[in-house]
Design a protein. Structure first.
Length: 345
């Protein structure tokens, strides 16, 4: 593999992904890279969150390419890929990308201080609107409105057997709390209090008893506390259902996260509401509850046009650094190389 391609993809593999599942696959042919979904790692409904993660990885690759002065050209996608790009002519050695390496999901309770107008303007200016995805930044007035909605979403999410099992399968109950693993989330990453940890263990079983139902409410209350401690929220919206809109959401999210990290702000994607919108609850009568919840969520953002969908919700604010960060797959585990020398045989 060409050295500059290896550096670029080494940056791509550090991108955020739901539950740290890293559902991407990179196929290299010379200076050309095809970006696709690794379906064995993807557990997201309708692949939407996997495409968001892939978009974040592509944005990391493009930023890394820019730092070495490489030329980026978009090609027609190869078979099985969503995006194919060539990265040619690196002109300099890369300087350290501190924002990317410091970026982390911070699940702590934040300190709740208000965002000043200058910070909001700086964030808006740092994340230009893309062709497909649009960003909207809000302060604490929306945080207060979202608290009860996030709590209800968490409860409905964990009451759904399929959604609950997919989410819990990514939590590494099989390792020590602070053991570094290449996929999934060790318990230390979740920043749980003792009662919350006991509740999480309790909902690993089907929710059929008072004890388990109480555990779900404990986790739902935790989500509300997390949201209501934020200084503001970022909403990313798109028009249409084309798969590339999700890729653009991921690229926009990554760029916004870098802007937040550079300014010392913490961030945490709150995806339960979004996931319920992608794959509504299968629990029969709860479908009406999900619809009512999603309608209330939309009403919280009256300036979002009716013909757009909310594809990402992130809480932002100030907090102590995460107490632990998960690991990543080595590049070789997410990447394969095509032997171009055999193409003429």
């Amino acid at each position: 593999m060409l050295p500059h391609i290896e550096r670029i993809l080494d940056a791509a593999r550090t991108a955020p992904s739901q539950e740290n599942l890293q559902p991407w696959r990179f196929v290299v042919s010379g200076d050309e890279v095809s970006f696709g979904i690794d379906h064995e790692r993807n557990t997201s409904p309708d692949q939407a969150m996997a495409r968001v993660a892939l978009g974040a990885a592509i944005e990391c690759a493009c930023v890394s390419a820019a730092r070495v002065g490489a030329t980026v050209r978009v090609q027609a996608p190869r078979d099985g890929a969503l995006v194919t790009m060539s990265f040619t002519d690196p002109k300099r050695l890369p300087d350290p990308d501190l924002a990317r390496t410091r970026r982390a999901t911070n699940r702590r309770v934040y300190d709740g201080r208000a965002l000043d107008d200058a910070t909001l303007r700086a964030l808006r200016d740092a994340v230009p609107q893309r062709d497909l995805a649009q960003t909207q930044w809000y302060g604490r007035e929306r945080v207060r409105a979202l608290g009860p909605l996030v709590e209800q979403a968490e409860e409905l999410f964990y009451l759904d057997d399929g959604l609950r099992e997919r989410a819990l399968s990514a939590i590494r109950f099989d390792v020590k709390d602070r053991e570094l693993v290449s996929r999934g989330l060790p318990l230390a990453c979740l920043e749980l209090q003792a009662a919350e940890r006991a509740a999480l263990v309790g909902i690993r079983k089907p929710v059929v008893s008072g004890v388990n139902a109480s555990a779900v409410k404990t986790m739902a209350a935790r989500a509300r506390k997390q949201m209501e401690s934020a200084s503001g929220v970022l909403v990313i919206t798109v028009k249409g259902e084309d798969p590339m809109t999700d890729v653009d959401v991921g690229r926009t999210m990554q760029r916004a996260w870098m802007a937040l990290t550079q300014r010392g702000l913490a961030a945490h994607p709150m995806t339960k509401l979004i996931t319920l919108g992608i794959a509504p609850s299968s629990a029969g009568t709860e479908n009406d509850l999900v619809k009512a919840l999603l309608d209330a969520f939309r009403r919280t953002f009256p300036n979002v046009p009716d013909d757009t969908r909310i594809a990402m919700l992130m809480r932002i604010g100030w907090a102590e650094a995460p107490s632990f960060r998960p690991g990543r797959y080595e590049l070789a585990e997410s990447c394969s190389e095509v032997d171009t020398s055999a193409s003429g045989s």
